[in-house]
Design a protein around this ligand. Structure first.
Ligand SMILES: [Zn+2]
Length: 224
């Protein structure tokens, strides 16, 4: 949903001179990652997902919201030094969470007995906030509003409290949470009936992580 509904959407009007990146410059990648995340979070709440069986339960949609600030907090374990986030994906998650927290008051980092927990304090407020920030970032992209882009990124995307990071690093180490992890994706094989119509999708032979990465790389090279 991040890649397809997010990155593949977001057309800008023909009246915009040049490309959005020409206007938004160093803020562009952070905002584009945030826009993709927000659209995934937004469409993840659509009841159509339950209807078509893409989600098994409405609780899964709700959990995608509750998990998001937790994910943003936990990513601090990867930044062992300093007080700045450099990666655009990480900046995007931090910006969304910090904006929902400080501009909207619908998310909070709550400290209990020395441990910080990320909490969604207002689910409907979070849904409304996601819609509002999506609109604002799309407006910034469509109009090339650099000043608004820079304000969002400087204020919400980059800086964090190193004391909080130290806590997250220590807790992640105690719990054995690695800085990064990767998964072998299931290989999906289309099953086509005698009439040439797709009838099912089967899971193919399992492959190793190395084989899968090499196959993805070959596929990319073969891309038309
Ligand atoms: Zn992305």
């Amino acid at each position: 949903m991040h890649e397809v509904l997010g990155h593949a959407s977001g057309k800008v009007p023909e009246t915009l001179a040049g490309e959005p990146v020409d206007h938004l410059r160093e803020t562009y990648n952070t905002l584009e990652e945030a826009r993709a995340e927000l659209l995934a979070l937004f469409h993840g709440q659509d009841p159509l997902l339950l209807e078509i069986g893409a989600l098994s339960d409405a609780a899964a949609a709700e959990e995608s919201l509750r998990a998001y600030p937790r994910f943003a907090l936990m990513q601090l374990r990867r930044i062992k030094q300093g007080d700045r986030i450099e990666d655009d994906h990480m900046r995007a998650a931090w910006m969304i969470t910090q904006w929902l927290m400080r501009a909207k008051g619908v998310v909070a980092f709550v400290n209990e007995d020395g441990n910080t927990y990320a909490r969604v304090t207002d689910l409907d407020g979070m849904r409304a906030g996601i819609a509002e920030l999506t609109r604002e970032i799309q407006r910034i992209k469509a109009t090339g509003d650099y000043d608004a882009a820079k304000m969002l990124v400087d204020e919400y995307a980059i800086h964090f409290d190193p004391t909080l990071r130290d806590e997250v690093v220590a807790r992640a180490a105690r719990a054995g949470v690695p800085d990064f992890y990767a998964a072998v994706m299931p290989r999906m094989v289309p099953v086509v009936g005698a009439d040439g119509v797709l009838v099912d999708v089967a899971l193919g032979e399992p492959e190793s992580f190395l084989d899968q990465m090499l196959r993805f790389d070959r596929a990319e090279q073969e891309w038309p």
